[in-house]
Design a protein around this ligand. Structure first.
Ligand code: CU
Length: 692
């Protein structure tokens, strides 16, 4: 077995924990690192890795979705200032598995205020890895679009010592962030503590209109570890976080996003010639979410106060065995488990103040047992086969006595007996993939082609969440699982001056779970407008391309493209909520002390849409025009371990909205806009410090 050293070196440079922002200082590989990240490149088939501590442009909200947005192929459904929903290749929600140190966390909000990324504080992790496509079975069930791993890598201390990483960010609209991470240890033990806080006022779009978008979030993580030898690690970790956020796209704001977490992890390497690794972990995640229409905005009258308090408890575990049959053949076998319970309590008017004394009513619970195996086999020095299989046993229980339906034209709320009350569903789903990778002899190029199949059961938002029905009944609990079959092909070229990659996909989805709003149902009592969950057949195809070229020793240019096109084959119209063609052009100067860069983001118009159709996060509104946004960034490294960076995002103060952004709501004191507009010109500075 032989690795390609250039690819390995570039991958290691890209994933070096803690030091990504300063990697240029330390190793200075021939390939120039981005000081301010604008477009992370794919350096190995289907995998993009990026350093969450590195400054990036445009300056992200301190949450997971905004960090992913810099990666070509990702877009974000904007709702306000934070807590957007990440979308990969037009696929949102549970089609994208988000793992926090291997743990799943599912949000509590029935209105999708808290996607998993709302509980990600990116700078408390060392590494973000994106695996595109259904091309791995190791990271939980249903990752039809891909998997995103936010991970910490705590290295064993060779001798007693400590390390500190911190950052401060300040910017327009009152933005201010503080992050501190300290690790200390001996060869046998370590402790880690991370704290983050971020805060912003309402931002303004290019026309100076304020968007209801202010937020404050904080998090605290801690871990203690035991590393009796270089191959063994036992870690106990915990996290708490909370925040509040204004939403410009709806009639309520999030006033509580409390998360409690405990995790236990064990790993042992090189156990025997056959058993290369054992990993096991257990975790508990609890989310307590409150949203209302009076804390962060003006309510019309005390009688119209509304508050919702859902919570969700998730427990899970995973165990995996890494086997090494020969140097050329390795496998990972494992099981994972996850169970979660969702409850809801609501109050209105005079009762709103005392909502917390009401009982929490369970509306649904879910569980999943997965069994998986993935095999990597080197046919020779240059050819590699990777294949995996996965089976998931899924169970869901509908605990709602009644389904709540949308208001009619007169504002009357309808409530129906739930036709699927206390029903349960049980199903076994299978997923798998096979991929062939070839390193060319004549050039530093890897080619790959893979076929993957993924079966995804409907999530809470597709089965249960308030106001959703099937066409036939007042409940959507009968929604079919979604089956994705996808072909992934591409090439990666990595040399000292030039990095280039292209990844394409063609995807057939049977029973694509579509959410459609504004469907009129006729009843004896009159017409009602409802939101339905429907299974359709869909096709999507597209891809991403990126090139990064060192023009001269101090100059680097890069360009990326991302495109997705999709059809609703059942109804012969475009598939909704797909972002348009997007390109990014960057130019950077770096003399090892100073950097200056420019980023031009070009997005074309989107005239393929399907009004009121979409996913659990949003539905299409209509056509959008194209736009171009230009931003500038710079950095200065006064000494090793210190980086001062800054930028002017949207330099020309352009007013624009992303195609998939949510529509603007009518909120007292704010102008209502068709979509939630992106921020206008804004300036930021960030200081990163690493000490040891
Ligand atoms: Cu909510």
């Amino acid at each position: 077995m032989k690795f390609k050293p250039h690819i390995l070196a570039a991958s290691i440079a890209a994933i070096l924990p803690c030091h990504g922002a300063f990697a240029a200082d330390e190793a200075q590989p021939a390939r120039m690192e981005e000081v301010v990240v604008t477009a992370p490149m794919m350096l190995e088939p289907l995998v993009v890795t990026t350093d969450p501590r590195a400054p990036r442009q445009p300056v992200p909200a301190h949450d997971g979705a905004d960090y992913l947005k810099t990666i070509p192929g990702f877009s974000v459904i904007r709702k306000g200032g934070t807590d957007g929903d990440p979308v990969l290749r037009g696929m949102a929600g549970s089609r994208l598995n988000i793992l926090l140190d291997g743990e799943q966390i599912l949000g509590g909000c029935g209105m999708r205020m808290d996607p998993p990324t709302a509980y990600v504080f990116p700078e408390s992790y060392d590494r973000v890895t994106v695996i595109k496509g259904p091309q791995s079975v190791l990271y939980g069930p249903g990752n039809s679009a891909g998997a995103v791993l936010f991970e910490r890598t705590v290295k064993r201390f060779d001798q007693p010592g400590w390390k500190f990483n911190g950052s401060l960010t300040a910017g327009s609209f009152g933005r201010n962030d503080q992050v501190a991470d300290i690790r200390a240890g001996t060869p046998d033990y370590y402790i880690q503590g991370t704290a983050t806080r971020t805060d912003s006022n309402d931002y303004e779009d290019g026309d100076g209109r304020a968007v209801h978008s202010a937020y404050t979030r904080w998090s605290a993580n801690g871990a203690v570890g035991w590393t009796p030898d270089a191959n063994t690690r036992l870690e106990l970790s915990g996290a708490q976080s909370d925040g509040e956020a204004a939403y410009g796209d709806r009639s309520m704001d999030g006033v509580k996003f409390a998360r409690d977490n405990v995790g236990l992890k064990f790993e042992k390497n090189r156990i025997s010639p056959l058993v290369d690794k054992i990993e096991a972990q257990l975790y508990y995640n609890y989310v307590d979410h409150v949203m209302d229409n009076y804390t962060l905005r003006t309510v019309a009258s005390p009688a119209s106060k509304m508050v919702n308090n859902p919570d969700r408890e998730t427990i899970g575990g995973r165990a995996a065995l890494g086997l090494k049959f020969t140097d050329a053949t390795r496998a990972t076998l494992g099981i994972d488990y996850q169970a979660n319970k969702h409850t809801l309590r609501t109050a209105m008017g005079a009762m709103a103040a005392s909502y917390s004394s009401g009982p929490r009513l369970e509306d649904a619970n879910f569980s999943n047992y997965g069994l998986f195996g993935e095999l990597t086999h080197y046919l020779n020095d240059r050819d590699k086969l990777i294949a995996g299989l996965r089976a998931d046993n899924w169970n869901a229980e509908d605990k709602r006595a009644a389904t709540l339906s949308t208001k009619d034209a007169a504002g009357l709320m309808y409530s129906y007996t739930n036709p699927t009350s206390s029903q349960s569903r049980d199903k076994t789903l299978t997923s798998g993939f096979a991929r062939y990778e070839r390193d060319l002899a004549a050039s530093p190029t890897t080619l790959y082609a893979g076929l993957g199949h993924s079966e995804r059961f409907p999530d809470y938002w597709e089965l249960i969440s308030a106001n959703k029905e099937s066409i036939a009944t007042h409940s959507a609990f009968d929604t079919n699982p979604e089956k994705t079959t996808q072909l992934d092909v591409g090439a990666v070229y990595v040399s000292s001056r030039l990095t280039a990659s292209v990844s394409g996909f063609y995807n057939k989805i049977d029973d694509y779970i579509m959410i459609q709003s504004g469907v009129i149902k006729t009843y004896a009592a009159g017409n009602r407008s409802i939101t339905v969950v429907r299974n359709i057949d869909a096709t999507t195809w597209g891809g991403e391309a990126g090139v990064s070229y060192a023009l001269a020793s101090n100059w680097k240019a890069d360009a990326t493209l991302a495109y997705v096109r999709g059809d609703n084959d059942t109804e012969d119209r475009p598939l909704a909520q797909l972002p348009p063609l997007e390109g990014r052009l960057g130019l950077a100067y770096d003399n090892k002390a100073w950097t200056v860069g420019g980023l031009l983001r070009l997005v074309s118009e989107q005239d393929r849409y399907a009004i009121k159709e979409g996913n659990i996060v949003g539905q299409d509104i209509g056509k959008t025009p194209g736009f171009a946004v230009f931003s500038l960034n710079g950095g200065y490294r006064p000494r090793k371990g210190t980086l001062i960076s800054g930028g002017i995002d949207n330099l020309f103060d352009k007013t624009y909205a992303e195609h998939i952004s949510r529509s603007g709501a009518m909120i007292t004191g704010f102008d209502q806009t068709t979509r939630i507009n992106e921020p206008g010109r804004n300036i930021w500075v960030k200081l990163n410090v690493a000490l040891d």
